[in-house]
Ligand binder design. Structure first.
Ligand SMILES: [Fe+2]
Length: 102
């Protein structure tokens, strides 16, 4: 993702085609990321430790560490593997995400 952003920034002002391609790749990457979060990460993490707040910063500061310790090393490794495996099932079109119509 960072590579895509860097290339986008470096691309000339009139490199419209390349920028369009880069933007499409970014959308695909974000869609895969969102799919994995929605389908795998959040359901598993919420089952381990129910979320109490819906604010993003609290999530990273408090909820993630709670999830980490509640699940333990082995289950976290299994979760990580499931997330990697899910890449292949992910849509590339963001409108195919469940959250797109929720
Ligand atoms: Fe995310």
């Amino acid at each position: 993702m960072e590579k895509l952003f860097k290339e986008f920034e470096k691309a000339g002002e009139r490199a419209y085609r390349r920028k369009r391609e880069l933007a499409d790749s970014m959308i695909e990457e974000l869609t895969v990321h969102a799919y994995i979060e929605e389908e795998i990460f959040y359901p598993v993490a919420r089952a381990a430790v129910p979320e109490t707040k819906d604010h993003v910063e609290e999530e990273e500061d408090e909820w993630f560490p709670e999830v980490r310790s509640a699940m333990g090393r082995k289950r976290l490794q299994e979760l990580g593997q499931r997330m990697l495996d899910a890449r292949g099932d992910a849509p590339k079109n963001p409108l195919e995400l469940k959250s797109a119509t929720a």
